[in-house]
Ligand binder design. Sequence first.
Ligand SMILES: [Zn+2]
Ligand SMILES: [Zn+2]
Length: 326
Amino acid sequence: MTAAPEVSTEGVSKNTTRPPKREAIPEYEPELKGKAERYTVFAFVFVPLIALLAAVPFFWGWGLTLTDVVIAAVFYVIGGLGITVGFHRHFTHGSFKANRPLRIALAIAGSIAIEGSVIKWVADHRRHHKYSDAEGDPHSPWRFGDDWRSVAKGLYYAHMAWMYLDEKKTSPRRFAPDLLKDKDVVLIDRLFGPIVLFSLFAPAVIGGLVTMSWWGALTAFFWGSLVRVALLHHVTWSINSICHTLGEENFEVRDRSRNVWWLAIPSFGESWHNLHHADPTCARHGVLKGQIDISARVIWLFEKFGWATKVRWPNNERLAAKRVKV
Ligand SMILES: [Zn+2]
Ligand SMILES: [Zn+2]
């Protein structure tokens, strides 16, 4: 005796023949962030911010030496380009291939910005693009609603509070498996703590040696470490807050990313954020006339030196298709 086949021929059971789906890795780590971790992040957010606020009165009292300015500028540029060219355009979006020394240098330079280790940064940022301004985005200014109170709260959350208020951790196994396979990147990710210490104390050592004084070490620490870290933090975080709220929509996107011209220089071109969401793997974000993009120029230099290859430069046809019709 044979049993009647269970699958009917009426079309409703078509899907039963599909192979079972491979179990997806969850988007969040099974454990939550511990209190110690959240308090540490809180301290790293607020101590430099307090220094930045104190910088103005201190400036009148002490003055600011050329040595301090140069040290702060050099560390700002290294950390800033490490984030924009390295963590963001190379590691997160693969806008270009980098040879091994450049890849290692970019991972270390980005860590100097003290914005989290490379794998964590990339995992969070890929989640941002996956859900941009919808549920699941780690830092959308629109998460609480559209009225002005909700947007004010959302701006604060997107700018910095998400880092110490959100207890959930983005899973690197889900969002950055490519980086977990790279031994160099994993090693630099593990060395994040020592790199942070270097970033904090190298300016003091350099300032002390240049001026041969403890006072020179102290002012270099104040300007070259605390104020410099605070400035770069708030410029980077403005991309998550301001560039998802204000500015121009030159390209069609499904989120609320915008181009903000006045942040273009300090953010090394990252504030052309509307184009970036319209075409995330593009190596140049400032694609329209007059949109200065220092990071793109640096990638261009790396390409000329032969260190960067397969650079995804803007494609005019693709951009024209995405342009907002006026
Ligand atoms: Zn991005
Ligand atoms: Zn964004």
